[in-house]
Design a protein around this ligand. Structure first.
Ligand code: NAD
Length: 373
């Protein structure tokens, strides 16, 4: 087993296990062509972990993750756990894991495939050709800064949160964004609110300084309100968007709308040593167990894992090309509007796995609009 890439598989709750099974199926299809590559080890997280162990992130799961090169996660949560005390809520498992593993940058690609321009809520002419990545700082900013809380002052309550950024936190995420831009279209847009916030002024100053080490990458700055507008007016103008924790949270959900279905989009959270890959969607309790979940986001997480953790670019591109080909043939799961005969979750996984093997066997370089990785 030595030399294999260790993957912690944390399916979680709701549709998590259904979509993660398809991601693993497709990674095994890669192995069928290229020989043994992965050692998968499953662990509990979220509501299923609460039920089995009374905590959302059991020690055994932490140990599996610590001993893995990458983590493939489904989703956590569901109404049956909504009334639990905050510390035993499923989401806590995920938050704790991100913090423990030092995952300070979140990558959220938003790409609109030509075959799917029609399903976006925006006009085809606006979204066609969209291919951007949001690089969001994940461990700093207002979600973590102190002081925070609700206090009594002068006879009434006040709520306080504090946006804090240290220079090194901005530097490390900025480096990631510039490095990513170098293997895409060499353009970083840094997003802040420097006209109002001191933390943003520091952000802009540090990003500008780091940008001087990447003279081949074009850098521009946008205020967050302007960026929110341009994302839906002219999404094709963006390549890499670099931003803080809260702005990234909001902008990445906005960018998810561009592609048309929440079931298509993967994400990666990266630290110095660990990496976690998860679809952007939640556990979708309304469709769990009904074979209606779209596994494409989870399968695309597998491609991101191959790219960023395994450095297996050709296999990553093969998965992305397989997804694109299957969708181009008109194969659809039930989340796409207007399908009378959608395929099941596992059928979609089967078809993508078959296509991946075909691409890898033919040694074809998957077509990809980006320059290089
Ligand atoms: P959700 O993403 O689970 O679902 C929103 C809608 O999108 C639902 O109608 C759902 O059926 C649909 N949907 C989501 N993923 C789909 C897929 N792959 N294929 C087809 N349809 C899909 O968001 P929600 O309903 O707000 O939350 C449900 C639960 O998930 C909550 O408990 C929430 O806390 C949790 N959640 C978890 C994560 C995570 O694990 N990272 C993220 C968001 C929400």
């Amino acid at each position: 087993m030595q030399g294999l890439f260790r993957v912690a598989v944390l399916p979680g709750d709701g549709i998590g296990p259904e979509v993660v099974a398809e991601a693993v199926k497709v990674l095994k299809a890669v192995e069928e062509v290229q020989g043994p590559l992965f050692l998968f080890q499953e662990g509990l997280i979220g509501g299923c972990a609460v039920d089995a162990t009374a905590v959302p992130l059991p020690a055994e799961t932490i140990s599996i993750c610590n001993n893995s090169h990458a983590i493939l996660l489904g989703a956590v949560g569901g109404p049956q756990w909504d009334n639990k005390r905050p510390e035993v809520r499923p989401e806590q498992g995920l938050l704790q894991l991100r913090q423990r593993l030092g995952l300070y940058v979140n990558l959220r690609p938003a790409k609109v495939l030509d075959s799917l321009v029609g399903i976006s809520s925006l006009k085809p002419d606006i979204v066609r050709g969209t291919d951007l990545v949001i690089v969001r700082e994940l461990l700093g900013g207002i979600y973590f800064g102190n002081p925070r809380g609700i206090f009594a002052r002068d006879g009434e309550r006040i709520g306080i949160n504090t946006e804090v950024y240290r220079e090194h936190e901005i530097e490390r995420v900025a480096h990631r964004a510039f490095q990513l831009a170098r293997v895409r279209r060499n353009h970083v847009t840094s997003v802040d609110k420097a006209n109002v916030l001191e933390s943003s002024r520091l952000w802009r100053e540090v990003v500008t300084r780091i940008g001087r080490s990447y003279p081949d990458v074009q850098l521009d700055h946008l205020y967050v309100d302007n960026c929110a507008m341009q994302l839906i007016e002219k999404p094709t103008r963006f390549d890499v968007i670099l931003t803080s924790n809260m702005f990234g949270d909001i902008l990445s959900d906005e960018s998810a709308v561009l592609s048309g279905s929440i079931g298509l989009l993967p994400s990666a959270s990266l630290g110095e040593r660990y990496a976690l890959y998860e679809p952007i969607h939640g556990s979708a309790p309304d469709i769990a167990g009904r074979k209606r979940a779209n596994p494409v986001a989870a399968i695309a997480c597998g491609a991101m894992m191959l790219r960023y953790s395994c450095r297996m670019e050709a296999a990553a591109q093969a998965i992305e090309a397989a997804i694109e080909r299957v969708l181009k043939r008109g194969v659809r799961t039930a989340d796409f509007p207007g399908r009378s005969r959608p395929v099941s979750t596992s059928r979609m996984g089967d078809l993508i796995a078959i296509e991946v093997k075909r691409i890898l066997k033919s040694g074809q370089q998957a077509t990809h609009p980006r320059k290089k990785r």
